[in-house]
Design a protein. Structure first.
Length: 193
């Protein structure tokens, strides 16, 4: 990929986001849509729902880039290929808004106590990334969650019908920023028992 000319003080605007994630299976996707529908109606929400095709649980944000950086993709791919891990149970039984400084708040699914295996997997992936030269890999303060929609209205955390699945693989995703389009660049099975 040719290098882009960037003038001092004028950084190129990021167009591509890379991240590792686990994806819900078809039944968990359907359960997530049902929870979204219930919360949407019960709280008078009007925000943008995420497409079922883009539902995911982020494990690690690799970075935002102006164009697709082949060297970073190669290192992330090497980290994914190197990781050996058992399948991971994902179980979310609460929903509520994440507070942030934007006008729209993400309404997310999260777990109340059954997320420790997912946190352990995220940590192991972070170690594999560090071995490939990724710096500042976030391993502390990880809150496993799946964003359902964005809305200006705050929704207090509440129990919901559990959404659960066995994650048997994980993926490296390229997201075109602002386009709600995801492309899977790599997929690795979780099969060590």
């Amino acid at each position: 990929m040719p290098e882009q000319l960037v003038l001092p003080g004028l950084a190129a605007k990021p167009t591509d986001r890379l991240f590792f994630a686990v994806l819900p299976d078809a039944p968990a996707t359907a359960q997530s849509v049902a929870v979204t529908d219930t919360l949407f109606g019960a709280h008078g929400l009007s925000g943008r729902r995420l497409s079922p095709r883009t539902l995911h649980v982020t494990l690690h944000h690799v970075g935002d880039f102006a164009g697709l950086p082949n060297d970073v993709v190669a290192r992330a791919t090497a980290a994914g290929e190197a990781l050996r891990h058992a399948p991971v149970m994902v179980r979310f039984d609460k929903a509520g808004s994440f507070v942030r400084r934007h006008r729209t708040l993400p309404l997310v699914l999260r777990g109340s106590g059954q997320v420790i295996p997912l946190i352990a997997f995220q940590y192991a992936l972070g170690e594999a990334m560090a071995r490939q030269g990724f710096r500042h890999v976030p391993v502390a303060h990880y809150t496993p969650h799946m964003t359902l929609l964005y809305d200006p209205r705050y929704v207090e955390a509440r129990e919901v019908t559990p959404v659960e699945w066995m994650a048997r693989d994980f993926v490296l995703i390229r997201s075109v920023i602002g386009k709600a389009r995801h492309e899977v660049l790599g997929r690795w099975g979780l099969d060590v028992e």
